[in-house]
Design a binder for this molecule. Structure first.
Ligand SMILES: Cc1cc2nc3c(=O)[nH]c(=O)nc-3n(C[C@H](O)[C@H](O)[C@H](O)COP(=O)(O)OP(=O)(O)OC[C@H]3O[C@@H](n4cnc5c(N)ncnc54)[C@H](O)[C@@H]3O)c2cc1C
Length: 531
């Protein structure tokens, strides 16, 4: 039996950040348990490698499926999630976005006292090393490297020009003073290599004697005595072990893993637990509820240009050349995050804060890259930034190894369909702009003149996640809240949840930087609680 001051479960974006920060104090001991293996695969390190990891479940990807979605004409969605040190930041598209400041001020209105924009901005700044330089809103010197792409793909320029042609606003820095508009995404990379949360917060600190990192360690439950967390049960390389926590257990298993672990430990809705014959340790009806995610639709075209990665003789020749270029200089097409440019837009003039985001991808994306096409192409994602549909994560079985039942309830609320339809029509305008004339090839799936009803059907047949599930252990003080604003689980001592699951509502944008911010702020709260 091993004992540490803090036991952190899940070595993803939040878990690595927390482990790095808490272990700064040499007088406390920290153990990080990660279900997946070490992050030493070249597919993680080389930015384009995620295209190989993401499409299927495997050693580095949980590759969950959702339950059949009514709003998607009964289809099951796909939910890739990282399963290694760095978690989803080891397989993501590396885009660095904080969201709109009103997102965080809205959290306060929802009961998350102390999480307004002015409260969280110092933690965004503390975490980043913005290579472009420090400003009032951006910072240098933090562990997470944020930079521009080494070798922007020429195809992305067609998108920027097209947005200009249809007079969409522009911005130079989505994380600066102007959020709305079209621009180039910054990425969490350094010298052409992925910079996951593990690279930022864990790798440089692995020699600390007070930090123990155990991979292939699958946590099955939190041990609770007299309503206090005392440690966890886990399978380390298949062998059952108990790890004790003298101070706290901190769950960082992500939007699916954390609620699943709480439920397996008897913390959740009493009736739900009874279905699986799990003793209810604490009735907390919000566990696993409030799941929401950015619903997304993609328009793709074949391209006459061979500038993008693609299956063709020229494409293969260029890819082989690119391998040598990458190995020698860490430049070229393998440094691409694919979703190189995009923007934040309003679905109608009355909307105060952009409610739509595009990701323009320098390649064909069909069904999460699970379907491939001969030739070259480009795609434009469009997603709803503040969806109103709410779903859940519940247990499929009391067996910890069984994947949970994931129901994002995509497009169940008509408002989400209305916003997405407006967004799809905006993208339809962008891709038809003259800037694409020189490269535009055949359009895949949708056609250029569709009625609203035809579009709605097409969207239900093809839309899915853009990989930002949150909200399943929401922070707040109402009866459906799972953690309080200090991220302590209501009703249980010595137990916190720190990851994307605590967001009461999605931020307007990608979720990695906000999750790292959450863990940075949590680290400070935990340190001061034990001073
Ligand atoms: C394909 C993809 C593309 C994305 N692109 C972007 C992007 O470009 N920009 C952006 O900002 N965001 C992006 N995201 C989202 C972002 O990466 C996530 O929101 C963020 O990483 C979530 O962090 P987390 O700490 O909550 O969870 P995760 O990083 O998923 O970490 C959870 C960790 O817990 C581990 N775990 C789970 N259960 C257990 C258990 N029982 N025992 C032990 N360990 C366990 C998991 O293996 C995992 O390592 C993307 C996500 C994906 C999947």
């Amino acid at each position: 039996m091993k004992s540490f001051d803090y036991v952190i479960v899940g070595g993803g974006s939040a878990g690595c950040t927390l482990a790095g920060r808490l272990s700064e104090d040499p007088n406390i001991s920290v153990c990080l348990l990660e279900a997946g293996p070490k992050d030493d695969s070249f597919l993680i390190n080389v930015p384009a490698g995620s295209a190989a990891i993401m499409p299927k479940p495997g050693k580095l990807n949980w590759g969950f499926e959702t339950v059949p979605q009514k709003g998607l004409n009964g289809r099951c969605g796909y939910q890739p999630r990282g399963k290694t040190l760095g978690g989803s930041s080891a397989i993501n598209a590396m885009i660095y976005i904080r969201g709109h400041k009103s997102d965080y001020d809205n959290w306060v209105k929802m009961g998350a006292k102390g999480w307004g924009w002015d409260d969280v901005l110092p933690y965004f700044k503390k975490s980043e090393n913005c290579e472009a330089g420090a400003t009032k809103l951006r910072a240098r010197g933090g562990p997470l490297n944020v930079t521009n792409l080494q070798s922007p793909n020429p195809t992305a320029q067609h998108y920027l020009d097209a947005c200009d042609q249809i007079q969409l606003p522009k911005t130079k820095d989505f994380n600066g003073a102007k959020f709305e508009g079209t621009g180039r995404y910054e990425v969490t990379q350094k010298d052409g290599q992925r910079f996951s949360a593990a690279k930022a917060y864990l790798t440089p600190n692995l020699d600390r004697s007070n930090l123990t990192v155990i991979t292939d360690a699958f946590t099955t439950k939190v041990n609770i005595k007299n309503k206090r967390a005392t440690g966890v049960e886990c399978q380390i390389e298949g062998k059952a072990e108990t790890i004790n926590a003298a101070r706290e257990v901190i769950l960082c298993g992500g939007a699916f893993g954390s609620p699943q672990m709480l439920l397996l430990s008897g913390i959740g809705d009493k009736a739900e637990l009874a279905k699986h014959k799990i003793d209810c340790v604490h009735h907390l009806p919000g566990v696993g509820k409030n799941l929401h995610d950015h619903i997304d639709y993609i328009i793709s075209y074949k391209s006459k240009s061979t500038d993008t990665l693609g299956y063709s003789l020229v494409g293969i020749y260029k890819a082989v050349k690119a391998v040598f270029e990458y190995r020698k200089h860490k430049t070229g097409i393998f440094t691409s995050n694919f979703a190189e440019v995009g923007g934040f837009y309003k679905s109608s003039p009355e909307v105060k804060v952009p409610d739509l985001q595009t990701h323009f991808v320098v390649g064909i994306v069909d069904d999460h890259a699970r379907k491939t096409h001969w030739g070259h192409g480009y795609s434009c994602h469009i997603c709803v930034l503040r969806p109103t549909s709410r779903g859940s994560v519940i247990l499929a079985s009391a067996d910890p190894i069984a994947a949970p039942l994931i129901d994002p309830a995509f497009l169940e609320d008509d408002e989400d369909m209305d916003v997405l339809l407006k967004g799809v029509k905006l993208v339809d305008q962008i891709v038809k702009a003259p800037a694409f004339n020189s490269i535009r090839g055949k359009r895949l799936y949708s056609s250029e003149n569709m009625s609203d009803d035809e579009w709605r059907e097409e969207i239900r047949n093809r839309a899915d996640t853009v990989y930002h599930p949150v909200g399943t252990c929401k922070m707040g003080v109402d009866k459906m809240a799972v953690v309080d604003p200090k991220l302590k689980v209501h009703g249980i001592k010595g137990l916190r949840v720190v990851d994307a699951s605590i967001m009461p509502q999605l931020n307007s944008g990608n979720t990695n930087a906000p999750t790292i911010m959450i863990a940075e702020k949590a680290a400070d709260m935990i340190k001061t609680a034990h001073e």
